[in-house]
Design a protein around this ligand. Structure first.
Ligand code: DGJ
Length: 998
């Protein structure tokens, strides 16, 4: 196929460029090794060196990439070759025929050739070639020898010619035959061919000409044999099915779930892959398609290095590039795969392409993942990995509420723990259909694949075209789940979210009008809420769904992105200006990927919706999905977004997506490309997101999909935060946010205080608890301040906002530790904490959802991450007001603070907090506790600097918000303001207004 004739989108034309190395990539230096990536030519081994861990694989005697090790850093001189003795040959493990041999020199030869291309003096050349030996060793010397032999043959022939023609050039002169540039290139080629080709024509010809002097063929054959039999004595040859592989090929003896699968024009899909070449470079390698990647593709980052290993099928010219990026100072590796059809003969169809395959050594393992549902996303589930196959995936067109594209493999026969044990985390940078595959085989080894879901997927690759699979972040921890999560959090915060929102950035406190107004988003309603919002300290007002077309309910107007002048009679700009006039930023809700059948857009362009004409289409939330594989659709929608964003001072966008894909068919693509629609849809969405980012970089984008139905790393490339769930109930949120924290930074988790009874669960959770849960995320409100809060509560909200402003830096940039797991707690409790990077400050949170008994003690809460040598002031920030009269177990609301330890502050050493723990009392259903810890040394210093800094505003100390914000005993006024004044939650929900709930 001529690229993009059928679909002239920008993203596809870039996608299908024949050379996957873009210009940017081409400009980068090709290194022998980088600080994080080493190639040992003698052992043909690659070592990827992370902060504390190492990932190693080698090119084996067949040219397969054999995975060797992923674990703690080893000594540089540790030779991993002993590992291959653990491979046990099996009778039913197919071994390739002898003709299928690894041809290791090609890459090496071309590299030498390149290096020497400016040197025409053969002695210098020879000396330089010899100097390369420390890189190439045997390969270089074999190649070099072959060249010199051929050169000698050439000289011999020349001599003979001289003798025959009785030329004066005789023996003494033949030595100085000049080796021209051209000669050298030819010689190299000849030598390579002589050494490499199975039909050794060149050698045979040379042999025939110079039989008496050089039996090159024999030499080459012997060398070849030696090459192939470089298996240490006593070691049996084993086939693919028994080996740990970096990437498995298809149809050649690896019976495990394959890493990829293609179908050739002749119907076959047999694709042996062998090492062909590799390249090491500084910085991350950009993609040719619109898919987001980890790292900043536009600048060469000195803290990242990349390795690209090319595998090739010698019979079909299919190539696979395995990309590895290592980020210095983190224990993560980012992998991806590119598949390229270099055959001039014709097209192939890709049926499957994993982003990463990892084979784990035989052992006991557990698999942890984050399944869920609408309003209960990312719940933590784990199970032992047993023999057989296990798959988890999305077939819905988004990463989904049901199965997050994240998985953990932990070593051991007990479930993964937070603070110890080896865990391997995988987060796919993809928002479309994904699949996680696990297979434990008869050898006890475990294969793990992650990538695009092969179901409903096929991709036609014309000659010269390539397909790039999404990236997968792989995090290693030898200290349990917490460290793994911290690595992912740091990587996402420093290398994924847009640069504008990195560093000390903290998102503004927002109020979203959805649960306050639903579709009643009128100018007056918004302004009355905005005034109240400003009064309590909100910084950003977000107008949600209902402001456009005739959007009075969810049956209409998606696609008609023009202001409804009945609701906003003065237009959008007037509203935004008025909101800005109050001192608030303004944000807007959009759902660009969708179309209502009842809309002007659908009337004009019914073919813009996914689906086949003449066949029915399923609606979800009364809407269809726009065909984002089409450039005309994307351009139109982007144009509308651009107009909206240019029309007023909009500083935040909530990008929603309220249904999953069905009838996935694009009327613009030919039949053989229909298997591409799911993936092209994702690429199309990324393209529009990127246009918004490029042209409106200052806008905070919060992505959303009917709550948290598209919570993945790829989305975080376009905005720093994602709405976690449409379930705003504080208690339900504890589990959702806990599960989300496994992979995603707390700063990315959209979380709001909403009204009681809660609109989704009808539960009455105390304001204090709703506040404390919402603090552990972006923090904001989702309620009608004009109707749903009492004057007393309003005062509390003001204090809460001040407190949030003070605490946000440590929540956004500190290290996160999970303490009590709500998914396996017998006491229905949860706890976690944040620690500043210098360990001088910490925040500790604990919650109970439902108290089973009154008498049972909770375990003491042992803290983590603190400095054992420091003494900390432990201060309770939001005490309860419930006092229990023990003689009758009567719980009484006293309207004054009741502290856990009878007083607001305690002084305890880090050592005691880590080893003895805090005795916590959570007195009633839905109770919560928040403690702030400040090291005494920090306290002394900072107190001296800011003597009366109660509720210090970090903006006043921008130089170091984490270390300078001191803990200060609040004034009595503050103390009262922060006191939780609500009674315990009702068991029986009270009535709720008849509002629609999405
Ligand atoms: C689903 C979102 O998750 C809600 O917060 C809200 O924006 C609605 N959609 C609006 O339709």
């Amino acid at each position: 196929m001529a690229p993009d004739k059928e679909n002239d989108g920008k993203f596809t034309s870039r996608l299908e460029r024949s050379n996957s190395y873009s210009t940017l990539w081409g400009n980068r230096a090709n290194l022998q090794s980088s600080r994080c990536i080493h190639y040992n030519a003698q052992q043909r081994r690659f070592d990827l060196l992370c902060r504390t861990c190492q990932y190693s694989f080698r090119v084996d005697e067949h040219g397969w990439l054999e995975h060797q090790y992923w674990g703690v850093r080893l000594q540089p001189d540790d030779d991993l070759d002993f590992l291959h003795h653990t491979n046990v040959a099996q009778p039913f493990d197919p071994i390739p025929e002898k003709t299928e041999r690894f041809k290791p020199h090609l890459a090496v030869a071309s590299d030498i050739l390149k290096r020497q291309s400016n040197d025409s003096n053969r002695n210098t050349w020879k000396a330089a070639t010899m100097m390369q030996r420390h890189h190439y060793n045997e390969e270089a010397s074999r190649l070099e020898n072959a060249c010199w032999r051929l050169l000698a043959m050439k000289q011999r022939r020349k001599e003979k010619e001289c003798a025959e023609t009785d030329s004066p050039h005789t023996c003494s002169e033949h030595i100085s035959i000049p080796v021209t540039e051209e000669d050298r290139a030819l010689l190299f080629e000849e030598a390579i061919r002589a050494l490499m080709t199975d039909n050794q024509d060149t050698v045979l010809k040379a042999q025939a000409a110079n039989k008496e002097h050089f039996d090159v063929r024999e030499e080459a054959d012997k060398r070849h044999e030696r090459e192939m039999s470089r298996i240490p004595p006593g070691l049996e040859r084993v086939g693919k099915n028994t080996k740990l592989l970096e990437f498995s090929d298809y149809g050649t003896g690896d019976y495990r779930i394959p890493s990829f699968n293609v179908t050739y024009g002749d119907g076959s899909n047999i694709s042996p892959l062998h090492y062909k070449a590799h390249r090491i470079t500084l910085g991350v390698v950009p993609m040719d398609c619109s898919m987001p990647i980890v790292g900043d593709e536009l600048s060469v980052q000195s803290d990242a290095s990349a390795l690209i290993v090319t595998l090739a099928d010698p019979f079909t010219d299919l190539e696979v590039d395995l990309h590895y990026a290592v980020f210095q100072d983190l224990d993560v590796i980012v992998r991806r795969t590119v598949i390229r059809n270099k055959s001039p003969a014709g097209g192939v169809t890709v049926q499957k392409i994993a982003s990463a395959t990892v084979d784990f050594e035989s052992d006991h393992y557990h698999f942890l993942h984050l399944p869920g549902e609408y309003t209960a996303e990312r719940q933590v589930v784990y199970q032992p990995i047993v023999e057989g196959y296990r798959g988890v995936d999305s077939r819905r067109g988004t990463s989904s509420h049901q199965h997050n594209p994240f998985a953990v493999i932990s070593r051991g026969d007990t479930p993964p723990e937070e603070s110890r044990g080896e865990v391997f985390g995988f987060a796919l940078v993809y928002s479309g259909n994904h699949r996680i595959e696990i297979e434990k085989t008869e050898t006890g080894r475990v294969r793990f694949n992650i990538g695009i879901n092969p179901d409903h997927f096929s991709w036609s690759l014309a000659s010269g075209c390539s397909l790039e699979a999404p990236e997968c972040i792989m995090a290693y921890s030898n200290e349990g789940l917490t460290y793994m999560s911290q690595q992912l959090h740091k990587l996402i915060r420093s290398h994924v979210i847009p640069q504008e929102f990195r560093g000390n950035w903290v998102c503004p406190i927002l109020l979203n009008t959805w649960e306050a107004l639903y579709f009643d988003q009128t100018h007056d309603n918004i302004m009355s809420i905005a005034k109240e919002a400003k009064d309590i300290g909100v910084e950003l007002l977000v107008m949600d769904d209902g402001w456009y077309g005739q959007r009075n309910n969810d049956k209409t107007s998606l696609g008609d992105w023009d202001v409804d002048l009945k609701k906003l009679p003065n237009g959008l700009k007037a509203l935004v200006d008025e909101v800005n006039g109050l001192g608030l930023k303004f944000g807007i809700w959009v759902e660009p990927e969708m179309i209502s059948v009842e809309s002007k857009l659908y009337e004009a362009n019914p073919e813009w919706a996914l689906g086949q004409s003449g066949k029915s289409r399923s609606e979800g939330r009364n809407q269809l999905v726009l065909d984002f594989t089409r450039k005309d659709v994307r351009d139109y929608i982007y144009g509308k977004l651009e107009a909206i964003l240019n029309s007023a001072n909009i500083e935040y966008v909530k990008w929603d997506c309220n249904r999953h894909l069905t009838e996935v068919y694009s009327r613009q693509l030919p039949p053989y490309r229909q298997g591409e629609v799911f993936h092209r849809y994702a690429l199309g969405v990324y393209e529009v997101f990127q246009r918004v980012r490029t042209n409106f970089p200052h806008i905070i984008v919060e992505t959303c999909a009917g709550g948290g139905g598209r919570f993945d790393v790829a989305m975080l490339k376009y905005g720093p935060q994602i709405w976690a769930s449409d379930n705003t109930d504080g208690l339900a949120r504890i589990r959702i946010q806990y599960g989300t924290s496994m992979a995603y930074p707390i700063s990315s988790i959209g979380s709001h205080i909403s009204s009681v009874p809660n609109h989704q669960t009808f539960r009455r959770t105390p304001l204090k608890t709703r506040f404390v849960v919402a603090l552990c995320g972006t923090f904001g409100y989702e309620l009608d301040l004009t109707k749903e809060v009492t004057p007393k509560e309003k005062e509390q909200l003001k204090a809460m906002n001040r407190l949030r402003t003070r605490l946000a830096p440590i929540i956004f940039h500190g290290d996160f530790y999970r303490l009590w797991n709500p998914f396996c707690s017998t006491n229905n409790v949860a706890a976690w904490m944040f620690v500043s990077p210098n360990r001088l400050k910490a925040l500790v949170f604990a919650f109970v959802t439902f108290k089973k008994t009154l008498g049972r003690y909770l375990p003491r809460l042992r803290l983590r991450g603190l400095d054992p040598h420091q003494k900390y002031v432990v201060s309770e920030l939001v005490p309860t007001t419930i006092r229990r009269i023990t003689s009758v177990q009567f719980a009484e609301d006293q309207d004054r603070p009741v502290y856990q330890f009878g007083k607001k502050t305690l002084e305890i050493s880090g050592l005691a907090l880590l080893n003895v723990g805090l005795p916590i009392k959570l007195e009633f259903d839905g109770d919560a506790m928040l403690m702030e810890l400040t090291a005494m040394s920090a306290h002394t210093t900072t107190c001296a600097m800011t003597p009366s800094a109660s509720f210090v505003d970090p903006k006043a100390h921008p130089e170091s918000p984490l270390s300078l914000s001191p803990i200060q005993p609040p004034t009595h006024q503050h103390e009262m303001a922060m006191t939780m004044l609500e009674p315990p939650p009702d068991e029986v929900p009270r009535s709720i207004s008849h509002r629609r709930i999405i």
